[in-house]
Design a protein around this ligand. Structure first.
Ligand code: ARG
Length: 300
């Protein structure tokens, strides 16, 4: 009889991956005035206290993580009485050095559009950003507008309108694919989908998304365009795991989305866990705090 030897525990292999990072240029806004005093999405509860000091420390750790990976981070000064300004992704969208500042749906955030536009005009100019002004249509910037390769994926249903998608296509000169969001918990596209790399000639970008956050028609569009996508679980999406930032190799995302971390590793990405528990109380995570300045001449 052959003795059965139990398998020996082997240490987890070091992650080896060919995925390459490209250096990025981000704009962030510190949570200097962050608080939850109104509720414009289901994550916000004015009765749950926010620890602003902790929010600031968490935000600084995110900024430091980007810088430790070689990315450039610029900072826009927070404006008093605009507690959501920390969610810089919503400030606009920048492609090829052309910026379109946001037009917010809720009056509570309206003044942020002009604040971000002012940054693009004043500070963006030195990086070759040509501000092309503020959107005429309701448009919440990179909250709903995610560039995947050369296509702009554009969310609608809660904030950014279809008319805004047409405006983005025209003013930024990009092809836009409209995706309809159907679950109010995933009110911005960047809460339901993340772009992990830009793909290449004949190769679709890699994306991860939560199928049930989208209408049946949009699910069909996503399946067709991205047959190899990572399909996230509701648990991962409910800690805003999809609200992530990828440089093509490293994926900065909440430490809470553990099953998504595992899926990313399987596909050769390197998860960089970030604790943003205070910012989650406003309905945002890593991506919400990060606006990518694309096509700038980043000056060291
Ligand atoms: N409280 C903000 C709002 O509801 C959160 C924005 C989050 N940002 C994002 N890119 N999803 O507008």
């Amino acid at each position: 009889m052959t003795a059965i030897t139990p398998p020996r525990a082997t240490p987890a292999p070091e992650l080896t991956t060919d995925r390459a990072a490209t250096l990025r240029h981000y704009l962030m806004c510190p949570p200097t005035h962050f608080e939850v005093v109104y509720a414009i999405n289901p994550w916000m509860d004015v009765d749950v206290p926010v620890d602003r000091g902790r929010a600031i420390v968490q935000w600084q750790a995110l900024k430091a993580a980007y810088e430790a990976h070689g990315h450039r981070v610029d900072v826009v000064t927070a404006v008093p009485d605009l507690p959501d300004m920390v969610y810089a992704a919503n400030g606009g969208v920048v492609v090829g050095g052309r910026a379109l500042a946001a037009r917010f749906v809720f009056p509570e955030r309206e003044a942020e559009g002009a604040a971000y536009e002012a940054w693009f005009r004043e500070s963006g100019a030195r990086y070759g950003i040509t501000s092309i002004g503020q959107a005429a249509e309701y448009d919440e910037g990179e909250g709903d507008l995610l560039l995947a390769g050369d296509v702009m994926l554009a969310g609608t249903g809660f904030r950014t309108t279809r008319a805004a998608h047409a405006e983005v296509a025209e003013r930024l000169g990009v092809d836009v694919v409209t995706l309809e969001l159907v679950d109010p918990r995933f009110y911005h596209l960047d809460t339901a989908l993340t772009v992990l790399d830009g793909g290449g000639p004949g190769v679709a970008p890699t994306v991860a998304y939560l199928p049930e956050a989208f209408s049946a028609e949009s699910q069909r569009v996503l399946r067709e365009r991205y047959p190899d996508a990572i399909l996230a679980t509701l648990d991962d999406a409910l800690v805003l795991g999809l609200n992530a930032v990828s440089d093509g190799r490293n994926v900065f995302l909440t430490d809470r989305a553990t099953s998504l971390h595992a899926r990313l590793r399987e596909r050769g990405f390197v998860p960089v866990p970030i604790d943003l528990s205070e910012l989650l109380k406003g309905g945002g995570s890593v991506k919400c705090c990060t606006l990518e300045l694309r096509g700038t001449e980043a000056v060291a």
